[in-house]
Design a protein around this ligand. Structure first.
Ligand SMILES: Cc1cc2nc3c(=O)[nH]c(=O)nc-3n(C[C@H](O)[C@H](O)[C@H](O)COP(=O)(O)OP(=O)(O)OC[C@H]3O[C@@H](n4cnc5c(N)ncnc54)[C@H](O)[C@@H]3O)c2cc1C
Length: 334
């Protein structure tokens, strides 16, 4: 890269708000610009509220470009992708950063084709090496890990998993007061093969644990009664449930519920470990959770040293109380 080309970060602003994913993207873009010694800017599809613009400034966003008519293109990602590619070409963007959510993962290949760019999805880390930018990715719940080098000879489109974005720390850059500039595509793209008619949020009871937001897991410290209570609690609170290997070995669940190094590697924002000792095989699969709380009757259980908070308690007392509480408050999302 020459240092004059740009990094464009697409922030989709769901319901006009700069959410956790958006903030993570801005933080990612800012860091990438530092690594590549390049300028960067944010692209948005809709008009943000004034206080949201200030949020961009916290991350040092130098400029915000609003795509005129972008909001109506959100339901036709193929057209939005082509429109964003036009903008990227005009801005001589060398790198386009997208979230690896439904929208970003659909936009990425469309943009890569339009820009004749290299495409790398689910990128977690980026480092400058002698041969170019070294990009590492972990996909399919950690089962795929690879590092590729981008030499800058053609544009690059990357997606960043939202689980990594939610772990991006507070910025350490100088805040800015960015101005929103409207941009209109010279030619309206045509040829959308599909239009989104409805969005159905994932069901925590069936979602793959690698994608789950909140997981309550039990280990060998449970018995059939407390295991049944945990499942009921998860249903009431609409959260996902997981188990350790000994519980899976009992045949109480399918393999897809087993968490750990040989089971699912999970990254929820909240992981509740109930009656789990904290073996390295289990902890290896949960260590990237944002917050871990453990309940165990043994104060010396190793899980406590791997938790943000711990409670020494018996599941036979804790679970009925949690369940009664959830029932009295009518459950709802955790
Ligand atoms: C190659 C290999 C791969 C493995 N992969 C995995 C994996 O992917 N995932 C996995 O989970 N394991 C895996 N294991 C197994 C792992 O090593 C541990 O044996 C397992 O994680 C322990 O599960 P646990 O914590 O449920 O059981 P235990 O280690 O038996 O711990 C039970 C805990 O419950 C507590 N307890 C007991 N009664 C109560 C109560 N009434 N109230 C509260 N607390 C109570 C105890 O104090 C104890 O800490 C693997 C092992 C090997 C060799």
């Amino acid at each position: 890269m020459s240092g004059t080309e740009k990094i464009l970060v697409f922030v989709d602003l769901p319901e006009g708000l700069l959410d956790e994913t958006g903030r993570g993207l801005l933080s990612y873009g800012s860091r990438l610009a530092g690594i590549l010694d390049s300028v960067w800017g944010a692209v948005i599809p809709c008009e943000p509220a004034a206080d949201q613009v200030a949020g961009f400034g916290v991350y040092g966003a130098p400029a915000i470009t609003r795509v005129v008519g972008g909001e109506s293109l959100l339901d036709t990602p193929a057209l939005l992708g082509k429109t964003l590619a036009q903008l990227a070409t005009e801005e001589r963007a060398a790198v386009v950063v997208l979230p690896h959510n439904d929208l970003g993962a659909t936009l990425a290949p469309v943009m890569a084709v339009a820009l004749n760019a290299a495409l790398l999805t689910e990128v977690t880390t980026a480092r400058r090496g002698p041969e170019g930018l070294r990009l590492s990715r972990q996909a399919l719940g950690g089962r795929v890990a690879e590092t590729k080098v981008w030499d800058g000879s053609r544009p690059l489109v990357i997606t960043v998993p939202t689980r990594s974005l939610s772990q991006v720390l507070l910025p350490t850059v100088r805040p800015t007061a960015p101005v929103v500039a409207a941009w209109q595509a010279a030619a309206s793209p045509t040829g959308a093969a599909a239009r989104i008619t409805n969005r159905i949020p994932p069901d925590p009871q069936t979602v793959d644990l690698t994608e789950a937001e909140v997981i309550f897991s039990v280990g060998k410290g449970c018995d059939p009664a407390t295991f049944a209570q945990l499942k009921e609690l998860c249903q009431l609170l609409n959260v996902s449930f997981g188990v350790t290997r000994p519980v899976y070995d009992l045949g109480w669940t399918g393999f897809e519920r087993m968490v750990g190094q040989t089971g699912r590697t999970v990254t929820p924002r909240f992981y509740l470990a109930l009656g789990i000792s904290g073996s390295m095989h289990h902890v290896g699969g949960i260590k990237d959770s944002r917050r871990i709380i453990a309940v165990n009757s043994d104060p010396k259980a190793p899980i406590f040293t791997n938790s943000d908070e711990g409670f020494v308690a018996d599941l036979r007392e804790v679970l009925p109380r949690l369940l009664a509480r959830a029932k009295s408050t009518g459950g709802g999302a955790a």
